[in-house]
Design a binder for this molecule. Structure first.
Ligand code: AOS
Ligand code: ZN
Ligand code: ZN
Ligand code: ZN
Length: 424
């Protein structure tokens, strides 16, 4: 299914007068609204290929129908999202789920939709059909060198596929760990993992990065070999300048201060990027901003502060990716909501009065400091985000257009109602 410009334009023109009134108000309320809008126009968030279908849990899966059946259709879906919001101009692939038969054709298709390839993800948490070695007891950490070798070679193959597509990074998330005390020698598991990562690191092209994603628990419930940001940072530091830590917002123990982690990783020049989502309990992979929008804002507040202090490019210097899984919502609607929430948090962070905040911090004015942050958080910046979309030729309200144009019904008509997206 393809959305045409006139369809968006006709919707936008109907709602333009109201939008303009709201925009005029916020523009008069905050300083540098134009600068913020431009940053929002430039900002792009990568959509994970595995979030385009219904995920399900171990208890069941309820397909919403019309899900992408192959990589081409995944690209088509992200093309739809990007057309609607102008901020989803990248895709993050998971190998082997997304291995392309014809790389050139896939590249051309993505280019047609204005999409680039963000970080490639390797998969050493599942055994593939016919695989000689099993990852049941880990991959890069495994006690058996043959299993480690298999996992290393897979990662190198993922880099090779990524190079062909024009990606510049590899994300390594390991399910490695243990379920019971005594199962694993922690030190040996760490050393094996480091040695394996070193071999993968050696295969990285010069302009590539490797992101080491950490996770507190699941599927292993006693120990995880890259269990927290400290361990990820340890690996990244030992590996070298091309290695960074990746923060998935759902991968912490409850109540972790994620914004502080982000701030310090940035300071150490070791923050690689994000898997955005939200969580109430664990790795819930819920819609970004649906549970803790203030936390999302505080994270962006640290990002803007830290990146500006280091002169970093908001668009290029970090990997901005979503990692989500959908059980009850239309996956595309959910992704539109996530991107919107991320853009809102970014816009709010950009509108923080930094000079005033620094002054308040310098004299320990706790109340004023809090007021300054909450002033930004409580300001309705949605018209700025909508204006950025308008300037990118996208829809003022992507979700409403998605529904008005019956996008899901069209996809079901084309692809069928009993679909299972490849991958998860
Ligand atoms: C798993 O919990 C991680 O978040 C990974 O990023 C994983 O590769 C992704 O969620 C797809 O399963
Ligand atoms: Zn993740
Ligand atoms: Zn996860
Ligand atoms: Zn997650």
């Amino acid at each position: 299914m393809k959305l045409e410009n006139y369809q968006l334009e006709s919707y936008n023109s109907e709602h333009l007068a109201k939008h303009q009134r709201q925009l005029d108000f916020i523009t008069s309320e905050i300083s540098d609204a134009q600068g913020i809008i431009q940053k929002l126009v430039d900002f792009q968030i990568a959509i994970p290929s595995w979030a385009l279908g219904t995920g399900g849990t171990r208890f069941g899966r309820f397909s919403s129908g019309g899900e992408p059946r192959n990589l081409e259709e995944k690209i088509e879906d992200i093309g739809l999202l990007h057309k609607l919001n102008g901020s989803s101009g990248a895709i993050s692939l998971h190998i082997p789920w997304d291995t392309a038969d014809n790389t050139n054709a896939i590249k051309a298709l993505a280019a047609q939709y204005g999409l680039r390839f963000d970080a490639m993800n390797s998969n050493t948490f599942q055994d593939q059909p016919g695989q000689a070695q099993s990852y049941k007891f880990g991959s890069l950490q495994h006690v058996d060198k043959a299993v480690r070798k298999h996992a290393i070679e897979h990662n190198i193959e993922v880099i090779r596929q990524g190079v062909e597509l024009g990606s510049k990074a590899l994300t390594v998330w390991l399910a490695d760990g243990s379920c019971f005390p005594g199962q694993l020698n922690f030190r040996k598991a760490f050393q094996n993992t480091l040695e394996s990562l070193r071999e993968i690191y050696a295969a990285l092209p010069n302009d590539w990065k490797i992101f080491v994603e950490y996770k507190a628990f699941e599927p292993n419930f006693y120990s995880t070999t890259v269990g927290d940001w400290g361990q990820s940072l340890l690996y990244a530091s030992k590996l070298g300048p091309k290695a960074y830590t990746l923060v998935d917002l759902g991968h912490h123990l409850p109540n972790a201060n994620i914004e502080q982690i982000v701030s310090l990783l940035l300071m150490e020049e070791k923050l690689g990027g994000f898997h955005f989502n939200d969580s109430k309990y664990g790795d819930d992979d819920l819609t970004a901003g649906s549970i803790k929008p203030y936390q999302l804002f505080l994270i962006f507040n640290e990002l803007v502060e830290g990146m500006d202090a280091r002169g970093m490019d908001h668009r290029e210097d970090l990997g901005w990716m979503i990692d989500a899984s959908h059980n009850v919502k239309d996956p595309l609607e959910d992704l539109l909501q996530s991107v919107e929430a991320i853009m809102i948090a970014y816009a709010q962070a950009l509108s923080v009065d930094r000079v005033a905040l620094q002054e308040a911090q310098a004299i320990n004015d706790v109340v004023r400091s809090q007021e300054i942050l909450q002033q930004a958080f409580r300001t309705d910046v949605r018209p700025l985000v909508a204006e950025a979309r308008l300037r990118s030729g996208a829809a003022l309200s992507p979700l409403q257009v998605f529904r008005k144009l019956n996008v899901r019904q069209e996809l079901i008509k084309n692809r069928g109602s009993k679909t299972v997206a490849t991958g998860l």
